[in-house]
Ligand binder design. Structure first.
Ligand code: AMP
Length: 439
């Protein structure tokens, strides 16, 4: 199906061909015609499926025929959880709007606000923003919302995980009630649905039915290892497997810096990004990673959110994340737009609880591979797939406030489960109607 059949004008279709998109992805095929009718939308869509274009393209189509009326106004607002994602989305808008007279801009925290205020003076057709900075600038009357026609809440689950609910609600309160609202989220949890209820009137609900060809092809495997051997294991794999590139996720910024110096001691040059580094530094490092100048990038989960690199071949979970959805977001950095990717997890004793939660979320065990010379001193047991964490507390980074493993009535690892150890197929979140890849 060509893009032209979706109801997009030639100026947009031509720009898409120029960036090399030959046809719409499944989410684009499903959502673009609905959004073009002006309806509100609640979409379950995983990053990596082409979801950004699925809301940007109909927004461009909608805004192309009219103009902003006054200064400091915006006509479409895209709220997104992180600065990296904001920058990424705006870069996509620039590509897709290449042949249209529409303006776009991204605002986010952690950098000087003056240039952002300056850019808003003449108004911007499409503003991509993180919620906190947007509210700051709104309070200072640097931007007005009375001409907003479209609101997008992108990666809504992630924004909620990051504690943005109050800011989001404050922004929504200030928007014109006559507007089109679109919400995209990897998961449609109760929290996300509650937000949708307040933000979106009578939405059409779409869960991406991706076919196998467009589903990310991610080979997932894990290896068990003692915590203090992880950096040696990483160096070993980089050298023996001749890895040309890896995005390595780690829990803390201190850990990130330490790992970079441990790799350097073994003559492996790496860089790290985390919330403690300035925005210009992070942007430069990301740019260098994209061009291949930096081959190994160590990142904390939040800093790495929104990284969009074509052909990223490998992600490594140096630590296993909590909550389990973060695992899915992380591995979604690879295997994008149909390319093959590899997601490797280093599991030590400390990671066992998180492993149980992740494998329960996936609904299957991840294939285990043993790396000679790195077997842990005490074997890590097979996960219990139906375990429920005692605490439902969300988003923690310290060990102390992680949920406690509760085996409850569940069986210990059964022989049936042991047999399902191999899981090369794309991931299948258990019982999740909104499984974005529908596999
Ligand atoms: P997203 O899910 O928006 O993060 O997009 C994931 C990746 O797919 C990005 O690198 C996009 O540039 C790319 N992409 C989006 N739409 C298409 C398409 N129709 N054909 C090929 N690549 C696409």
């Amino acid at each position: 199906m060509p893009f032209s059949t979706l109801g997009l004008r030639d100026a947009i279709v031509n720009a898409l061909h120029e960036v090399g998109y030959s046809q719409p992805t499944p989410i684009q095929q499903q959502t673009i015609p609905v959004i073009l009718t002006g309806k509100n939308l609640l979409a379950a869509a995983q990053t990596g499926t082409g979801k950004t274009a699925s809301f940007v393209l109909p927004i461009l189509e909608r805004l192309a025929d009219s103009e902003m009326q006054r200064k400091k106004r915006i006509r479409a607002l895209i709220l997104t959880p992180t600065r990296e994602l904001a920058v990424q989305i705006q870069a996509n808008i620039v590509q897709y709007a290449k042949h249209l007279p529409l303006t776009s801009f991204a605002i986010y925290g952690g950098v000087d606000e003056k240039p952002q205020k300056q850019a808003l003076i003449d108004g911007v057709d499409i503003l991509v923003a993180t919620p906190g900075r947007l509210l700051d600038l709104y309070t200072q009357r640097a931007v007005h919302f009375d001409e907003v026609e479209v609101l997008v809440l992108d990666e809504a689950d992630r924004m909620l995980d990051m504690g943005f609910i109050e800011d989001i609600n404050k922004v929504i309160d200030k928007l014109p009630s006559e507007r089109q609202s679109l919400l995209f989220s990897a998961t449609l949890s109760n929290q996300v649905r509650a937000l949708a209820k307040t933000a979106i009137k009578r939405p059409v609900e779409i869960s991406v039915i991706a076919d196998r060809d467009s589903a990310p092809k991610i080979e997932q495997w894990l290896t068990t290892v003692d915590k203090d051997k992880k950096s040696a294991l990483l160096s070993h794999l980089i050298n023996t497997e001749a890895w040309n590139q890896a995005l390595i996720f780690i829990e803390t910024k201190q850990g990130a810096a330490k790992l970079v110096s441990q790799l350097e001691k073994r003559d492996i040059s790496a860089e790290c990004i985390h919330g403690g580094r300035s925005q210009p530094v992070r942007e430069q490092i990301l740019a260098d990673f994209k061009t291949g100048k930096i081959k190994y990038l160590v990142a904390t989960g939040i800093a790495a959110r929104g990284i969009d690199i074509d052909d990223l071949s490998r992600v490594v979970n140096y630590d296993l994340p909590y909550p389990a959805d973060d695992y899915i977001h992380r591995i979604g950095r690879t295997g994008r737009a149909g390319a093959a990717g590899e997601a490797i997890s280093f599991v030590s004793n400390d990671d066992f609880k998180n492993l149980c939660m992740i494998e329960s979320r996936l609904g299957h065990l991840i294939e285990r591979k043993e790396i000679a010379g790195f077997a842990p001193s005490k074997p890590i047991p097979i996960s219990v797939l139906n375990f429920v964490p005692k605490s439902r507390q969300h988003k923690s980074t310290s060990d102390t406030d992680r949920p406690t493993l509760s085996l409850g009535k569940s069986k210990t690892a059964s022989s049936d489960l042991r047999k399902t150890k191999t899981a090369k197929a794309p991931i299948t979140p258990k019982g999740n109607k909104s499984n974005p890849w529908n596999v």
